[in-house]
Design a protein around this ligand. Sequence first.
Ligand code: FMN
Length: 258
Amino acid sequence: MSRIDRELGRWILTDGVRLETDFSQTPQQLGQTPPPIEKPCPAELPRQALPAPGQWRGIQPVSIEAAIAARESHRAYAPTALSLDELAFLLWSTQGVRSLMGRRAVLRTVPSAGARHAFECYVLALRVKGVAPGLHRYLSLSHELAFLRNLQDAAAAIADATLGQDFIGEAAAVLIWTALPERMEWRYGDAAYKVLALDAGHVCQNLYLACEAVGAGTCAVAAYHQPKMDELVGVDGSDEFVIYLAPVGKVVKGAMDA
Ligand SMILES: Cc1cc2nc3c(=O)[nH]c(=O)nc-3n(C[C@H](O)[C@H](O)[C@H](O)COP(=O)(O)O)c2cc1C
């Protein structure tokens, strides 16, 4: 038995929720401090600076028309590694910072309802030159990677946590986005959930398009075992939970999709 009934599920996706939300009672209107725009990162974690926007090498000048026309889901990846520049470019394309609006809000390379940006991005590095294999966090404000931990048999672990989608473990890296709903609830109350889910789509679409500039392919993945994925990333499943992920790897020309 599902925890929600069909009527409720459909209603959450309508903007009917907004009509029934008392916006005078949202944390924002009550004067509460917004949650941090980036989840704090323990100071003791090793950090690695990423090549900065405009300074990275190996990014092809692909026209936006060509990128949109060529975009497709790839489920077969070459054994080639991604370079650090390529990974930095993909992370910037999906969650990179355009500008800070004080300490309370940020504008990114993707849009977000109310500029709330309720996501964090984790990177499971499997084959990235210059990046230790294992789980990292993308610290977008400083454009760094923080190393969280190595994973035993990472390819098998991510395949298991994604319900046996083995191709994900064959990627060079897997971008895993978590949602921190409080950032969106602070402004929208019960109307937070629809816009939060919509926001995730923009992030992954930018990844698809950016992949076209580095000879890589990706595949949006929303089918996974929620408790296993949350455990793999190390989040509590309520205040922060995995919402979407995408493996990335160099494209095998002419490969049959899995
Ligand atoms: C929200 C969403 C969830 C998806 N989840 C998965 C998934 O779990 N596994 C998978 O192999 N593909 C997944 N896909 C990829 C779709 O199957 C793919 O986009 C679709 O077949 C159309 O192919 P195209 O992207 O090449 O146009 C997902 C796509 C979206 C947008």
